[in-house]
Design a protein around this ligand. Structure first.
Ligand code: AMP
Ligand code: GLY
Length: 452
């Protein structure tokens, strides 16, 4: 059985230094926690959660070469709800922290709530319906329209309205922003200058370029501005704003070339002034939470709002229902609060009792990627130099550990995070760390944050 080696663990060791002989987890309110995912985001979550006195045993499924150092990696796939539930029951897991969007959009929260034996396990994340804010662009656009939240104007089309879609493109100037309605692993947004090309792309999308995800397409007006990310923790009623971040999505220097999962990030974001944050809070965050509440959505988790600053005004580019990667690698190191305590109070409506405390230090992260990424790349390259980068927070992503060696196991390999008094120092440190790690084909951007 995949879980047999864990289910008999004793929980008493962790409290050997307490002046009590027998302590019960329920008295101390400590718990076993399982994090789902295998990226730098999940390594960062594990690192932060591990610091909480409320965390007893920590598991990550499937995890990576970094999470194994601070938690127990479990070979479970993030969409295999049945086995995840079985593992949680066998190992007394009381909190399930969901890293990636797919299990949320597929309804992992509903699965746990609907089964009598797992409904006591807290799933940190929104229900299936609420996760449509990320899972369906059309749902998100309608939500924003209903609650007066500023975003690009849009129209949606499906196969039966293709002719109307073509007409729409002909009547409007480019650039054209075409979005597959459903999840498409971050690749479902096309920005096209040329009208004919936009028309052929619309046809291709509706004919299944992104499978079912593009059976409906949203066409938006193009917004010209600079992007940043806001992360809001909500219990569906009140909310708390986590540190602001900016990620760098393109593979090349100067933010050129193909889109990636993210090549680096900084927090805070110098151009996000208090007056801009006031606008974001009043025009976007408050109406979003109001919308969640008035729709009676079961949303107890993170709302990640991708924003664009056009002139002096913020607009929503997208909602995500989870933390960002690599934004997590810069926001959690700046958060002074106990993350488990915050998560826990999402469930009992006590989020409001917390005050968020954010470090004044600046965090930067530079992602080391495999040569060729985001196109084809090789795996299983030996990674060396980890010991030399011990002055940094190294959050591993596409790595694995076997036979005493850490090797590459994905496109984005690890995030080199530095936390310093100012951005220049932090970037210098992230880049110096990037130099210290070696694997064949290593690539990283040296200009993260330089435009700010
Ligand atoms: P999304 O998946 O909606 O975040 O879109 C991916 C990327 O496409 C965003 O990060 C933006 O850089 C870009 N994008 C999306 N929508 C627009 C828009 N309406 N105007 C300009 N750029 C956009
Ligand atoms: N870094 C963007 C995302 O996580 O979607």
């Amino acid at each position: 059985m995949f879980n047999s080696q864990y289910q008999h663990f004793s929980n008493s060791f962790a409290f050997a230094n307490l002046p009590v002989i027998f302590v019960f987890k329920s008295v101390l309110e400590i718990m076993n926690i399982l994090i789902l995912g295998s990226g730098g985001r999940e390594h960062t979550l594990a690192w932060k959660i591990k610091q909480s006195p409320l965390c007893d045993q920590l598991f990550v499924a499937p995890g990576n070469g970094g999470t194994r150092l601070i938690a127990t990696n479990i070979e479970l796939q993030v969409n295999d709800f049945q086995r995840i539930a079985k593992f949680c029951l066998a190992n007394d897991v009381e909190m399930l922290v969901v890293g990636p969007e797919v299990p949320l959009v597929l309804g992992i929260k509903d699965y746990f709530v609907q089964h009598p034996d797992t409904k006591h396990i807290q799933v940190v994340g929104p229900s299936k319906e609420s996760a449509q804010l990320e899972g369906s662009k059309a749902y998100a656009k309608q939500f924003m329209a209903d609650f007066g939240i500023p975003t690009a104007s849009y129209k949606e089309f499906d196969h039966s309205s293709l002719e109307k879609g073509i007409q729409h493109i002909k009547e409007n100037k480019g650039p054209y922003v075409l979005k597959a309605d459903g999840l498409a692993a971050g690749k479902g947004v096309l920005i096209i200058e040329n009208q004919d090309k936009a028309i052929s792309s619309l046809k291709n999308m509706l004919e299944g370029q992104f499978g079912n995800a593009s059976s409906k397409v949203v066409i938006e007006s193009f917004l010209d501005g600079i992007e940043f990310s806001v992360f809001v923790l909500t219990d569906g009623d009140s909310y708390k704003i986590l540190p602001i971040a900016k990620d760098y999505k393109r593979i090349g220097e100067g933010d050129k070339g193909l889109n990636t999962g993210g090549m680096g990030a900084v927090s805070p974001v110098p151009f996000v002034t208090p007056s801009l944050m006031d606008k974001v809070e009043n025009r976007i965050i408050k109406p979003t939470i109001h919308g969640i509440k008035s729709r009676d959505l079961d949303y107890k988790g993170i709302v990640f709002i991708g924003l664009i600053l056009v002139g002096k005004d913020p607009y929503v580019i997208e909602y995500n229902c989870r933390l960002g990667d690599p934004e997590t690698e810069v926001i959690l190191p700046r958060l002074n609060n106990d993350l488990v305590a915050l998560f826990k109070d999402l469930e009992n409506g006590k989020l409001n009792t917390h005050q968020i405390s954010i470090s004044d230090d600046v965090a930067t992260t530079v992602m080391l990627v495999s040569g060729g990424y985001p196109q084809s790349y090789e795996k299983n390259k030996l990674i060396t130099g980890l010991e030399e980068a011990s002055d940094l927070l190294v959050f591993q992503a596409g790595t694995k550990y076997a036979g005493g060696k850490t090797t590459t196991n994905g496109g984005r390999v690890m995030a080199m995070t530095a936390l310093k008094k100012n951005q220049a120092e932090a970037l210098k440190s992230s880049l110096a760390g990037a130099e210290k790690i070696h694997f064949e084909g290593k690539y990283y951007r040296t200009d993260i944050g330089f435009d700010l």
